[in-house]
Write a protein of this length. Structure first.
Length: 148
């Protein structure tokens, strides 16, 4: 028997969480693209280049979550999900957002202490990760185990 999770979150609350969450992962992806487009500012620092490579991991987790949520929407499973789909969707987005907050903050600190390049894009990525983590996490938290 599958574990099934359901949410009773209102449509208004869903939209209020969904929009900033989507803005968050979009900010993260755009920031990451800009980091790789203009990586020359950090190319002299192996540590910064390593951190940029690590910053891809949260993006992959967010992408897994996004693709899962799209497939759930297509299958009309928005509010009632098996446990694995819940974890793959909102769980991956939440974890990706948490890591997407921390990794760019570490990179921004390393940049400020060693490289001294313009690190605004790292702060934007971190804000995006935070938005994604908070609002995907709120939706995730809204799901509760239900009887089949």
């Amino acid at each position: 028997m599958k574990e099934i999770y359901e949410t009773k979150i209102s449509d208004a609350r869903w939209i209020a969480y969904d929009i900033p969450g989507n803005i968050g992962w979009i900010l993260y992806f755009v920031g990451l693209v800009f980091c790789f487009i203009d990586q020359s500012q950090w190319s002299g620092s192996p540590l910064m280049m390593t951190l940029l490579m690590i910053a891809v991991i949260p993006a992959v987790l967010m992408l897994v979550g996004i693709l899962e949520l799209i497939s759930e929407r297509i299958a009309k499973l928005d509010r009632v999900l098996p446990k694995i789909r819940l974890i793959r969707g909102f769980g991956a987005l939440t974890l990706g957002g948490i890591l997407g907050t921390v990794v760019p903050l570490i990179a921004a600190a390393v940049n400020a202490l060693t490289v001294h390049a313009d690190g605004n894009v790292l702060i934007i990525m971190s804000v995006g990760g935070l938005l994604c983590a908070v609002f995907a996490g709120l939706l995730y938290k809204g799901y509760h185990k239900t009887e089949c």
